[in-house]
Design a protein around this ligand. Structure first.
Ligand code: ARG
Length: 400
């Protein structure tokens, strides 16, 4: 009996060719595992295809709920955005995949895990580090990193071995999708000066063609987790799916970024992430009302570090766990409702309310009911400015 390898299977060209290639090169039995983190369309087709191409077994795992509750929503509580712009969709899905692949490897008694990543991206790092951390004894096989075939050679290999070449190969883009967003790369997008053609986008309407009437939405949060839209309670998957469609219809959610990959490459990345963008925006807005100035300030540093850790494949690290515990504590009072206006590609917060609001009308108002003691200000200002005044005088700082 041959050794078994668990292959993260997508149904695309590379992972289909990998099934054959691994059998030839390593003489191992391939068990294909397709992990559904959202937006998988042809699950049964993909499952069958793995068997047709030569897998000894084909497994589909519906991981949508775990993805939203254990990865995307904790990242939302963290306001996670890589380089301030990318909500980390792909980056969040990979550690979950690593964990599930290790689980199947244990059940099946496999000695290796294989994936379709090339040697140029972040995903190889996230999967390899994840697998190595959770199961150091398992061998990792990355055919597309090892075989050295060009795209054309891969297609030729497929044709020679009767592996159906999916029509998606005709698509000029390389795509990765999950509920938290879609990543679009390659083709004309590799020229950073070229505006992404409209066919690069499938989740979002072009703002030009978005409805001419703005739409208001209200998002409710409980301890930093979104629980309802427009008064309707929804589970995480439904809520994110609903917002992807609604905000996408208004042209909200497009991102065009020159991104710094962990492997040192700057790459042009296009994303569509309507729900993630709107939710992070709303969540941050609710925090401005429910966290103190110091908490907000400190959280920005945590957000930066957390986002970097997730992007760079260190989900299973101690620091990511520590930061998550801290972030959870910050969310104790982040409950309330945020109102946004979606219109032709823009999403604007226009209102927020919370039972734990730190906004005090009587302190802020310039109208009747003002409780702020203005007579306390001169004394406060005197002491606040004292060091600056003293230094300027003694060191003659502002003479010129
Ligand atoms: N640049 C993004 C990231 O590193 C997206 C990667 C997309 N992955 C893919 N296999 N096409 O998270």
């Amino acid at each position: 009996m041959s050794d078994k390898v668990i292959l993260a299977y997508s149904g695309g060209l590379d992972t289909s060719v990998a099934i054959k290639w691994i059998k030839e090169k390593y003489d191992m039995d391939v068990i294909a595992v397709m992990i559904d983190v959202g937006n998988e369309k042809n699950i049964t087709v993909v499952k069958q295809k793995a068997l047709k191409v030569g897998a000894v077994k084909s497994i589909v795992i519906d991981a949508k709920e775990a993805f939203i509750n254990d990865y995307a929503f904790p990242a939302l509580q963290a306001d996670a955005m890589y380089e301030d712009i990318y909500p980390l969709a792909t980056a969040l899905s990979r550690p979950l995949m690593a964990k599930l692949l290790v689980g199947v490897a244990r059940e099946e008694g496999a000695s290796a895990i294989a994936h379709g990543c090339t040697g140029k991206g972040n995903d190889q790092v996230r999967l390899d580090v994840g697998i190595n951390t959770l199961a150091p004894d398992l061998k990792i096989i990355a055919p597309a990193r090892e075989w050295g075939m060009t795209r054309e050679e891969t297609i030729a290999y497929a044709e020679k071995n009767n592996i159906p070449v999916p029509i998606t190969v005709a698509s000029p883009y390389s795509i990765d999708e999950c509920l938290w967003g879609k990543a679009i790369e390659c083709g004309v997008l590799e020229d950073p000066w070229v505006e992404p053609p409209d066919d690069a986008y499938t989740w979002t309407k072009s703002p030009d063609n978005a409805p001419d009437k703005p739409e208001y939405i209200e998002i409710e949060f409980e301890k930093g987790i979104p629980t309802a839209v427009n008064g309707r309670k929804m589970d995480g998957i439904s809520l994110v799916t609903f917002l992807n469609e609604l905000a996408g219809m208004h042209g909200v959610g497009r991102i065009d970024h020159i991104e710094d990959r962990l492997v040192g490459i700057k790459s042009r990345e296009i994303y569509e992430a309507p729900a993630a963008l709107v939710l992070v925006q709303a969540h941050k807005s609710l925090q401005t009302m429910t966290l103190s100035k110091n908490q907000l300030n400190f959280k920005q540093m945590v957000t930066l570090k957390y986002s970097d850790l997730v992007y760079n494949g260190l989900w299973f690290s101690g620091l990511r766990q520590d930061l998550t515990a801290y972030i959870k504590s910050t969310q104790r009072f982040v409950s309330g409702t945020v109102r946004l206006k979606l219109f032709k590609g823009s999403s604007v917060v226009v209102g927020r309310k919370s039972p734990f609001s730190l906004y005090s009308y009587n302190l802020a108002t310039y109208d009747k009911g003002d409780e702020f003691d203005q007579s306390a200000s001169p004394g406060f200002i005197h002491l606040w400015g004292l060091p600056s005044k003293t230094q300027a005088q003694l060191q003659k700082l502002n003479q010129d």
